[in-house]
Design a protein around this ligand. Sequence first.
Ligand code: MG
Length: 368
Amino acid sequence: MRRRDLFKSAAAAAALPSTSALRLSGASEPAIEPKIVRLKLRHTWTTVMSSSEFRDTLHLRYTRDGITGTGEGAPIVRYHEDAASAQKAIESVGGFLRSADPRQFAKVMAEVFRNIDGQYAGKAAIDIALMDWFGQKVGIPLYTCFGLDPADAPVTTFSIGIDTPEITRQKVREAAPYPILKIKVGLDSDEATVEAVRSVTKKPLRVDANEGWKDKEEAVRKINWLEKQGVEFVEQPLPAAMIEETRWVRSHVHIPVIADEACLRASDIPKLADAFDGVNVKLDKAGGMLEAYRMIQIAKSLGMKTMLGCMISSSVSVTAAAHLSPLVNYADLDGNLLIANDPYTGVLVREGKLILPDRPGLGLKPAA
Ligand code: MG
């Protein structure tokens, strides 16, 4: 080896974590601490599905070798999940997690998936806590674990829940720092809502109907009207099961149609490929970062657009999704911006762009 190459390989080796850094001490029993956290919304949050003042999410602290990984899952009624059952599901694999080797996080998560039925938000909390622990253990941010460039992180939308025209205008004014808005629709008031938004801003809009339109003709009529209002794409126009009707809708409109409620997990994607232009992947639906990564790759391989979304949740879950965001076309990662009592700071938003923390693991800090 030439002297210059020797220096190069020595520098490369120095950049990698040493084997001893990866060794487990086994000095103390690993701790698994799930906890339900009540997140208070800044505004009453209304979509076609529900109206709420707060959301309970499940947080998990996984401590080993003096390092604590933090995870979160946001269970929602639409998927027949709640925080108490997510907590029980995590406790049911507590013994296994305490004895498992977190350096083998993919193997550990495969075992978790085999042992827990449903409870994808609970699984997401475990996956995120293990990934955060691993990133801190080896001393690298999670985007680096996935081989991604944080400069590729996209702009995130900021969501405007359903409200009266007056409050909608106020919310749009409050959203001044965000260059793209996502408007929740799906009721009889859709035109009034979008007109209220348009009366105060010219920003690009994206629209989420949350399965609210009940037939394909109504969906086509509304989407074609929305296109004239400068809407870039529409999410989940019809109920999740109406895939045939959505295929018909897609052939009668010009803007992309993105699947959310129709696309929960990897196995859903192939059957959606010719009915939708893209998929909205969420860690809470997928069961964590590893599954979300797989879903994004499958969707891409089928020529579909990809989006990362989130539930109402704290900076734990939103930051985990943000670490994968350099992979996707669109981001809707604002769940933490909609709450008033976020326990952590992680991903930041500057002029709409997601700024990923460069600290190890998720890179969370306690909120100031
Ligand atoms: Mg949606």
